[in-house]
Design a protein around this ligand. Sequence first.
Ligand code: NAG
Ligand code: CU
Length: 167
Amino acid sequence: MASSKLVLAMAALAVAFLPAFTAATEHWVGDNTGWTLGFNYSAWAETKQFKVGDTLVFKYNEPSHTVVEVSGADFAACNIPGSSKVLTTGNDQVTLDKAGRRWFICGVGAHCKNGMKVKITVLTAEEAAAAAAPAPSPPPSPAVKVQAGLVQAVLAVTAVIAAALVF
Ligand SMILES: *[C@@H]1O[C@H](CO)[C@@H](O)[C@H](O)[C@H]1NC(C)=O
Ligand SMILES: [Cu+2]
């Protein structure tokens, strides 16, 4: 039966590529507290993992606050360049479409200097998957690494053979 073979091949391929997959996450900045004064966003960000494809959501009562993405230097100085795009809806969504550092501050009054600022590091999907895997302790010996590599290779070859049998 060709169709059951196809399903098997698909399953084998899915297993071979499973480690690379993790679902996108929507992060409410400040969780239920939202985007406001008197909250430590550095501490908040330390407890989260951000990866490409995730979304940041800044929730606040407009017009009390705003959200402005700035450079690292402007983040440190709480400076907002004139050309900046200012988000003002009170429910601002920012897609994390690339890996690396990103900096956001509130543009109202001295809010940024008073701590209304958040810095995050966006991981690639591969980095996020690797970070999610339990840390080996003690670190695997080279022999174990070779074995793990062999298992992956066998899985991949199995998937290819299964696919070849069908197509
Ligand atoms: C915020 O939390 C960070 C990390 O936990 C800490 O180092 C920092 O001192 C805190 N900042 C304030 C203003 O409490
Ligand atoms: Cu503010």
